[in-house]
Ligand binder design. Structure first.
Ligand SMILES: NC(=O)c1ccc[n+]([C@@H]2O[C@H](COP(=O)([O-])OP(=O)(O)OC[C@H]3O[C@@H](n4cnc5c(N)ncnc54)[C@H](O)[C@@H]3O)[C@@H](O)[C@H]2O)c1
Length: 341
């Protein structure tokens, strides 16, 4: 089988991880071209094996021959870039980081991408990497096998280790749009049901500067699903002990829990009862394998013409849940979601 020619736009926190994984999957992929604004990042991409580098993504698309592309630019550029790629005469499969847009309250641009994808003969996968995490996937499979009977209550704890820079928040969106977005997708995935209603309470308990970008750092959500089940999500921007993400699904026949992954299995005890049980420090470490696995799934869907694991529908419905969360924060009321597309 010939290798898929793959390019990338964006080589920052997330994009560089994808670039390394593209290079690592050299038995299936041929790195073609990389685009970013930063010279050092572009130099690293060259070292990883990308033949050509660009600062202008349109020039890259016009000049380079490729089968697929990863879009890992800041979120406020995703709809523009995806529309350009989808309208390009070349047929290019797209892996786009989540979400599609920072503006979740106005879907105009996201829906343009949706319609272009529906009319194109290409695969479009979204970077909801947690679906490819081994632990979550194992829990999901057991729910599907009926091991806990009918799921009734979902609980997700999702806490970042530190507040990300304000300038980055301006480009990728605030807590509900960028961070909770993963939890909305995980909730829909685990419960195999759309979210029907969101009730949100949140505020600033950690970083007062977040007020300047109209954001919050602490959030509690109550969800109702279309299948009648309920959900609870709690988020924080600063868990001083590491990246704390746990999921529990309770059902009529039992319960499934996915705990944090620890840095080490070695436990140390002394008179102060200390042990090495802290979660991994940051999402990059926690989802190292999931990021490779999501690319492998993307390749598999292209090569074997299979459905993608996270579709454009999935991201639009997660964005609607985020929009409902924002509205609920503003009004203090639970907000219903229309899940029709
Ligand atoms: N799935 C996950 O776990 C996860 C984690 C982190 C970030 N993300 C997503 O990844 C995306 C990028 O976030 P990040 O934190 O890596 O951002 P970042 O700021 O670290 O990196 C952005 C990259 O895009 C490049 N860029 C900016 N403007 C550009 C332009 N006009 N043309 C070409 N390149 C341009 C920058 O040079 C940089 O390389 C966001 O959508 C974010 O939501 C996903």
């Amino acid at each position: 089988m010939s290798k898929l020619k793959m390019s990338i736009i964006g080589l920052g926190r997330m994009g560089m991880e994808h670039a390394k994984n593209i290079a690592a999957l050299s038995n299936q992929l041929e790195p073609v071209a990389a685009c970013a604004l930063d010279d050092e990042q572009l130099a690293t991409a060259k070292e990883l094996g990308f033949k050509n580098t660009y600062k202008d993504y349109k020039k890259m698309l016009d000049e380079e021959d490729m089968d697929a592309i990863v879009v890992a630019s800041p979120t406020d550029l995703h709809t523009e870039m995806c529309q350009y790629i989808l309208k390009h005469p070349k047929k290019i499969h797209i892996f786009c980081e989540k979400p599609l847009d920072t503006n979740v309250t106005d879907e105009t641009e996201s829906l343009k991408v949706y319609h272009l994808v529906k009319d194109a003969d290409i695969k479009f996968q979204v970077g909801f990497n947690r679906r490819m995490d081994k632990q979550y996937r194992a829990a999901y499979n057991q729910i599907q096998e009926g091991k806990i009977g009918d799921p009734q209550i979902l609980k997700i704890t999702s806490r970042d280790p530190f507040v990300i820079p304000i300038d980055l928040i301006k480009r990728i969106g605030g807590l509900l749009v960028d961070f909770t977005m993963h939890d909305f997708d995980m909730a829909r995935y685990m419960m195999d049901s759309n979210i029907k209603e969101v009730y949100a309470k949140g505020g600033i308990l950690i970083e007062p500067e977040l007020k300047t970008v109209d954001d919050i750092d602490t959030l509690a959500l109550v969800l109702e699903f279309e299948n009648g089940a309920f959900g609870l999500i709690d988020n924080s921007r600063q868990a001083v002990y590491g990246y704390d993400v746990r999921v529990e699904v309770f059902g009529s026949e039992g319960m499934l829990k996915v705990e944090n992954v620890n840095e080490s299995t070695v436990e140390y005890y002394n008179k102060d009862s200390q042990s090495n049980k802290n979660p991994l420090p940051i999402f990059m470490d926690r989802y190292e394998h999931a990021y490779i696995s999501e690319l492998e799934q993307f390749i598999d869907s292209i090569v074997n013409n299979k459905p993608v694991v996270c579709s454009i529908e999935d991201v639009i419905l997660a964005q609607r849940a985020a929009a409902a969360g924002l509205e609920s924060l503003k009004t203090g009321k639970p907000i219903q979601i229309n899940n029709q597309l």
